[in-house]
Structures are given as C-alpha cells and as structure tokens.
Design a protein around this ligand. Sequence first.
Ligand code: PMT
Length: 405
Amino acid sequence: MNLLAGKRILLGVTGGIAAYKSAELIRRLQDQGADVHVVMTAAATEFITPLTLQGLSGHPVHLDLLDTETESVMGHIELARWADLILIAPASANFIARLSQGHGSDLLSTICLAAQCQIAVAPAMNQGMWANAATQENVRSLMTQGTAIFGPDEGLQACGEIGEGRLLDVAGIVDLTIATFPNGKLRGCKVVITAGPTREAIDPVRYISNHSSGKQGYALAEAAIEAGAEVILISGPTNLAPPNRANVIPVTSAQEMYEASMQEATGADIFIGVAAVADFRPTEVSRQKIKKDKSGSRVTITLEENPDIIASVAALGDGPFTVGFAAETSHVIDYARAKLAKKNLDMVIANNVSNQEIGFNSDENETTMIWGNQEQTLPIASKRNIATKIVGTIAEALPESHAHD
Ligand code: PMT
C-alpha cells in the first residue's frame, strides 16, 4: 500500500548510534510512496556517511547552512517549503534542546525554524538523558509548539543500560508518520477559507481593522491541503508566507473578501470563515488625507454595514458545507450557538479569546467545535494542531454530497 504516496518527507538525521537506522527508515518510507530528502547534522556524519543516505534517498544529502553551491540549488528556505513533514530520526537530546529553544545554529535547526509544516521527532538517547528533567521540559515545550513526538521505546541500549530512550522501531516510526497525515480525507474536495483581518479605508492613509494575524486560517489551509483538498485561501493583509500549494487570493476590504468568496464558494465543497471581517466600513472614504484643522477638533466617521460573507455563502442553494468561527470573550458557547443559528451554518468553532495569550495574533488557540447535536472542545494547543483536528472533524461531518473519496 502507498499510504504516503506523493508525500514529501524531509528526514533529519542527528548524531547518535541509532543514526544507522535512518538507512532502513528511508527505504520503508519510500515503500509507502514517499519522496525522501535527507538533512544531516555534522555529528550524524560521524555515525553514517552522507553517501549511503544519498544512494538510498536518490537525492543529494544536505549538510551545510552556509554552502553557497547547495543554497543556490535548494536552500534551507526551499527545503522548508518543500516538505510536507519534517521527521527527525534519530533526534538527540542536544538537538531536541536546540529545537525547543528555537535555535537556528545549523542547517536542520534553521529549516525547522522556517518550516510551516508538521515536525515530528523520534528521540534516541541514553535512558538517563531521556529521564533528565531538562530533556523532559524540552519535550513538553515541543509538544506545546505542535511537534509530534514518536517514542522513544524502552529496552536494552547501546550503552548497556536498560530503560526508556531507544529509537522507536522503524515500522513504528513509519506507522506514526502515516498517521500524521489525515490520509486524503478531503481528497477531491474544493475548500475555500477566509483568513486574516480586513481593512476598511477611512482616507488614503488610515483604516479600521483588528488584531487578526491570519495564523489560524493559514494553519487550516495547510491542514486541508495535507488532507488532499484543493484550497483557495482568501486572505486579508497578513505578514505570513503563503502555504505551499494553496491558491491565495489577496484582498483588503470586507467588500473585496465578499466578492472573492461568492465567486469561489460556488462549486466549493467546504467554506471555512476564519477571517475577522469588519462588520462596518466608513460610509464615505475621504479622497484626501483628513486634516487636523485645530487642536481639539472633532471628526465624525459614519459607518455602514458590510455584507455578511459567511451568511451569504450559507444561503446559497446547493452551497458548500459552511463552517464559521466565533471569537468571544464571555458566554463563549452560547454566543457561538447563536451565530450558528443566525447565520445558518453547518458548524461553528467557538473561539475563547478572553485569554490574551491565545486566539488573536498568537500561536496557540482553544476552541470548541459545535455541529448537529455534537460539541467537542479542543484544549489549548498550537493553531496547527487545532487545524488538523478541525479538518478531521469536518471530514467526518461532511455529507455524502460533498465527499469525493
Ligand atoms: O488570525 P488569528 O490571529 O490567527 O486569529 C484567529 C481568529 C481569532 C481571528 C479566528 O480564530 C476567529 O475566531 N475568527 C472569527 C472572528 C470573529 O469573531 O468573527 P465574528 O464573530 O465577527 O464573525 C463570525 C463569523 O462570521 C466568522 O466566521 C466570520 O468570518 C464571519 N463574518 C463576520 C462578519 C462578516 N461581515 N462576514 C463574515 O463572514
């Protein structure tokens, strides 16, 4: 079976006796249809030669961050963008520490810093090193950041000690790798996602907007792509790199987002409104910069309502399965349920934004999915993790008429 067909896996090999197992791992990942590129740390090359892994992977092995020749062919940013999954196996205690701290001191750690895709780590080290409080803290931190941890196993170690810290067996790593992909649950589906803020012009230099960064919407786009969907990402202004393989339609105002959404929603299977759309816009946009005539002067800006994008999509005859978000600071579930009913949505994601550490413009979120007579809370986790779970739930809830697999 080719359960990783078309998947691009960047295998990071770090220094440790278990590095020799990466040779077998490459083969088993390829058996499942994956295309594997290898990045080795300097320490890893002391345990297994790059030539061996190059021969097995069928691609040059990437070693140096500052190698001008390699950077000109496929540099660290290209590698980060290329990968659907970065799998670090074996991952040493030292590398786990650097990864958890966000170091960019060599090629592999820099790629991880730049990556938007899922990162998975298969630790391999002496049992004492694994049990060490610092290592455990680093692993916890990685999990909070959304990194998947594969293993470790326990048993007899190369150093002669017995305990937890052995690299998980290769078959186990391959199984967990397969499980990180939602396995084409949305294959053949067209998914339209709105993300980020909108900007409502007051005059040529000023606008009304909000604190949405686009992170949650972009994470959903990545998760839907991973699930095999064709994704149209209608994005307000953000500072984010476009997700690999998403068709991005950049917009600025709610009216532009509305027009792009209505065009793309026709024929779509799923519409997810993550954008924080401005409910109102200035009735008139001044053609010249509004001047401050004298100190203490007042300016009145009259606002008119913007179209409700998601309610319009939900009202389309034969329209897509429509999922809205509801960012609330109090009575989160009640208010979200009210939006579900009022906008005639198929699902609403209640987003608790009372805690400033999560929700708007942060890397983490806490949500409750509400659909039909079901409700499921996703506790605080990275937006990428939350996105994968939401996509999985949408795939399960999708009516036959919109499912293609
Ligand atoms: O972008 P991030 O920094 O990652 O933050 C993510 C988020 C907090 C913005 C996101 O998770 C979120 O909760 N988005 C919805 C924000 C919100 O509260 O929207 P709302 O209550 O104004 O609207 C409810 C729903 O209607 C949303 O799906 C919204 O996209 C949609 N809407 C709203 C107004 C409008 N005119 N048209 C719409 O489609």
